[in-house]
Ligand binder design. Structure first.
Ligand SMILES: NC(=O)c1ccc[n+]([C@@H]2O[C@H](COP(=O)([O-])OP(=O)(O)OC[C@H]3O[C@@H](n4cnc5c(N)ncnc54)[C@H](OP(=O)(O)O)[C@@H]3O)[C@@H](O)[C@H]2O)c1
Length: 289
């Protein structure tokens, strides 16, 4: 299959291009080869020769979207809509990568694909509108959350580095989701390509009970301790979502996604988040335990 992947300078795009190149003919696009702020670039992407478009590229910073809503809407909503229409016209499949931040996070618990939406930020609004348009054009939507992987440092690396440097640790303890390991996501997409891509939403994360950033930070320091890299387990201060001064954009509180439908579609269990995080720390940060 000829697979076109956007956002290959980023975390998920890189992981997808790397994994799928093993079994498909992959063309990897980045901002330099296709700037999604430019409508002419949408036409150039659509004119390429491909069977499936995987579209993780996005303005993924909530604060950048809040500061420049016009650009955010163009890149995160208008570009995927134009690409979805072009894919529909030419009979090609498309997978658009969205976010758990579109969900109504007012109530605790795991959220299924049919859960109501309540975007609280420009970023979430742009993604929610793009989702609807992509589905209308027959594309698929994969919602992901709290990505981590070897391609680019993320929250686990921030905690790991601060802990190894002996710096004080703090993490938000009252916001809940589930993390997604890019290596696993890329594998699931590979299986999805083989099984067929339905026009629907999938919730894609490493499963478990809902966790906070504080829970993830604890897992990182416990793994460091067990591997002998930390002599003692350091305390981690609990922060509150409302008390984060840098968070200008609204963020939903409870958006952990129920991934059973994805597992059923793929015909395989998804690796739980603790196992995935430990595998990542072991393989990519050389921790033994
Ligand atoms: N990271 C998370 O925790 C998370 C959570 C939920 C959903 N998501 C979604 O998952 C997807 C992948 O996230 P990620 O972590 O891989 O994000 P990322 O590392 O920031 O990658 C996104 C890529 O999009 C590119 N991009 C931004 N503006 C562009 C433009 N105008 N034209 C072309 N490319 C542009 C960026 O290019 P540059 O490298 O040049 O900036 C970057 O390489 C995104 O759609 C994001 O919204 C991510």
């Amino acid at each position: 299959m000829k697979v076109l992947v956007t956002g290959c300078g980023g975390r998920l795009g890189k992981a997808l291009a790397h994994r799928l190149a093993k079994s498909h003919e992959v063309t990897a696009l980045n901002r330099e080869s296709a700037d999604l702020a430019d409508p002419e670039a949408w036409k150039r992407i659509a004119a390429r020769d491909f069977d499936v478009l995987l579209h993780p590229a996005a303005m993924a910073s909530l604060e950048a979207c809040e500061a420049n809503p016009e650009l955010a809407m163009r890149v995160n909503r208008d570009a995927p809509l134009a690409l979805a229409k072009a894919c529909q016209t030419r009979g090609r499949a498309m997978v658009f990568f969205s976010t758990d931040y579109v969900l109504d996070g007012s109530q605790p618990g795991l959220k299924g694909e049919e859960a109501p939406l309540r975007p609280l930020s420009v970023y979430a609004q742009s993604k929610a509108e793009a989702e609807m348009g992509v589905l209308d054009c027959g594309g698929a939507v994969m919602r992901v959350s709290w990505l981590f992987g070897p391609e680019k440092a993320a929250f686990p690396e921030a905690i790991l580095n601060q802990a190894l440097d002996g710096k004080p640790l703090a993490a938000v303890a009252d916001k809940f989701s589930l993390p997604g390991f890019t290596t696993d996501l890329a594998e699931w997409v590979d299986v999805l390509l083989a099984r067929g891509i339905p026009s629907r939403i999938f919730h894609a994360a490493n499963p478990g009970d809902p966790v906070s950033w504080h829970d993830i930070a604890l897992e990182v320091v416990h793994t460091l301790h067990q591997s002998g890299r930390l002599r003692e387990i350091p305390p981690i201060e609990k922060q509150s979502l409302a008390g984060m001064p840098g968070f200008v954009a609204g963020r939903p509180q409870h958006t952990a996604m129920d991934t059973r439908e994805l597992a059923a579609w793929l015909g395989q269990p998804l690796r739980p988040w603790r196992e995935a995080l430990r595998a990542h720390l072991r393989h990519f940060h050389g921790l033994q335990h």
